[in-house]
Write a protein of this length. Structure first.
Lengths: 288, 266
């Protein structure tokens, strides 16, 4: 659409601008403040320069949390995106199956995050949970509160349970927007199922898939509540992802300076990756 | 191959329903039964967990608080986002692209980063432990989302609609509320759905900003789980009840969900 140039449009944006600035700019400035200072309580501060940033960037604790975070995000993207596409491809396209699938699949998305954690905790308990009990009676030595491997397995399974539906719904919407003429053309050409997917469906889903990856990256990178309730970051620190580590440092130990510096580095990483995705997405939109 | 296609979504749905079933199953058992026996359905069916929640005000007020700030947040977010989304979809103005990306960055901000400053900020303006504080803090991620979704819907409405209305002598206000808003009603519905959803499921900020007066149900659950020796039955019943508002909301928007996602703006 060709838009008219109109500077008065700013008036329309003012309420949003004020609300978000009030919520984002002021707290963010507080964080920036803390990140350069040492606090002695009673509002006494001393200038520390970039000490906290150096400390965080060189600390092994931060490296470990960052490594776990990237590993987690990478694994869940690797599972959720292909799985989501596969389910969307096999979902019914019309009839009574459509609302049933949509309603049931959206369910996990609307459960409060700590209930998701609590639910999976009960579900996976080795002695009385369905998952834990089944695995143990099948001969696996499964205990997610004791063994790091099991804790990771459970956390990833929980995230797949929780968020794959988002990828499914996005891909399904993308598939639905393909005109039937494309499929007819493919049939006339005698294209195989794989070729139809590779050359018709996948390119048409590019936009929604970029969005799905962007959303899943952002949200899994900020994950806090679900693993916190499920494992509490343990056993040890093995499932303490960035947010869990950060909250521990800021609200638990009240190390405001290092926590603030870590916040900024954390936010910067998310921002950087998202900016790359956002530009890719806008480029796609401009093409179509 | 084609014949067995239904298997994939069916298996997936079974996988989704299993933990939910387990939670409901637990909610109808007594805590003693949960701890001592493993069974696929309640042996001694009991509703005492639910009775306790509906008679104890610290429990049911949690639901009232959660619903209060969620509704409040949805209203603020959509009301503020409507004119802004209109401006982004119709006009070019100084800094529009930067502003749009800046809004989106707030959707990307990890709530953990904001927890402590929010706590201090809302305490200093005497809003700590009120529904308004939680509703306002959730605007951080819901307003950008609302602007983003609404802008998608508004851009799909041809500009000729606006122009014809002005030619017919409509003022801007009358055009906006009498013609434009009804045209994008489905989009507004979907936006409200997502605002409701993200405010309902968020806990970190809601928990940080409340103590007793506005404590969300989800936080009540966390506390109970840790202090009173793990009352699993009660926890399961409370968890089951938190699924219900979401299920009701999904039922109402079921025809629009796919359409909303189709805009590629969620």
């Amino acid at each position: 659409m060709n838009k008219t140039i109109n500077q008065k449009a700013w008036y329309f944006v003012i309420p949003v601008f004020i609300l978000v600035a009030f919520n984002a700019a002021i707290p963010l400035m507080t964080v920036v403040n803390y990140s350069f200072q040492e606090t002695f309580g009673n509002n006494v501060f001393a200038w520390e320069g970039t000490r906290w940033f150096k400390q965080i960037l060189l600390s092994e604790r931060f490296h470990a949390a960052l490594g776990r975070q990237f590993a987690f995000t990478f694994i869940i993207l690797l599972i959720q995106i292909p799985l989501g596409i596969a389910i969307a491809l096999t979902m019914p396209k019309k009839g009574w199956g459509v609302p049933v699938c949509l309603i049931l699949m959206s369910m996990p998305l609307l459960i409060p995050w700590n209930v998701v954690g609590a639910m999976w905790n009960i579900f996976a308990l080795p002695d009385i949970g369905f998952l834990g009990h089944t695995l143990n009676s099948l001969g696996f030595d499964y205990n997610f509160t004791q063994q790091p491997g099991d804790a990771w397995f459970t956390t990833i399974l929980m995230d797949v349970w929780h968020w794959t539906s988002l990828v499914v719904l996005l891909s399904y919407a993308g598939l639905n927007s393909i005109q039937p003429a494309y499929y007819q053309a493919a049939e006339i050409d005698g294209a195989s199922r794989w070729a139809t997917f590779r050359y018709i469906e996948l390119p048409k889903m590019k936009k929604v898939l970029t969005l799905a990856i962007l959303l899943r990256f952002m949200d899994s990178f900020m994950i806090y509540t679900e693993p916190f309730v499920l494992t509490g970051g343990g056993p040890g620190n093995t499932t303490a992802f960035l947010s869990i580590d950060l909250v521990k440092m800021a609200l638990g130990q009240f190390d405001l300076g290092p926590a603030a510096a870590m916040s900024l580095i954390y936010f910067f990483i998310v921002l950087l990756v998202c900016w790359v995705f956002y530009n890719l997405m806008m480029k796609n939109e401009a093409q179509s | 191959m084609k014949k067995y296609k239904w298997l994939v979504p069916t298996l997936y749905i079974i996988f989704l329903m299993l933990p939910i079933y387990w939670l409901i199953n637990m909610s109808f058992k007594t805590t003693t039964e949960i701890i001592n026996t493993y069974s696929l359905w309640p042996q001694k069916f009991t509703t005492e967990n639910y009775v306790k929640i509906f008679t104890d005000s610290t429990w049911y007020m949690g639901y009232v608080n959660s619903i209060a700030y969620t509704v409040f947040n949805t209203v603020i977010s959509v009301a503020a986002a409507l004119p802004a989304a209109y401006a982004f979809s119709r006009y070019k103005f100084l800094g529009d692209k930067h502003l749009f990306f800046w809004l989106l960055t707030n959707r990307m901000a990890p709530p953990a980063v904001f927890a402590l400053p929010f706590f201090q900020f809302y305490s200093s303006v005497n809003l700590f432990d009120t529904h308004i504080a939680v509703a306002l803090s959730h605007c951080l991620f819901n307003i950008p989302l609302a602007v983003w979704i609404l802008e998608g819907f508004m851009s799909a409405v041809p500009k000729e609609l606006d122009e014809t209305a002005y030619v017919d002598g409509y003022s801007f206000g009358r055009f906006f509320f009498k013609i434009f808003v009804p045209t994008i009603a489905a989009g507004i519905g979907i936006t409200m759905f997502f605002c409701f959803m993200f405010s309902w499921v968020e806990l970190l900020l809601a928990k940080t900003l409340t103590a007793t007066e506005a404590k969300p149900i989800a936080a009540t659950m966390t506390r109970t789980a840790s202090t009173s020796g793990y009352e699993l039955g009660l926890l399961a019943a409370a968890g089951t009840l938190t699924i219900i508002p979401g299920a009701i909301v999904i039922y109402f928007v079921k025809n629009y969900i796919a359409k909303g996602f189709a805009m590629g703006r969620v």
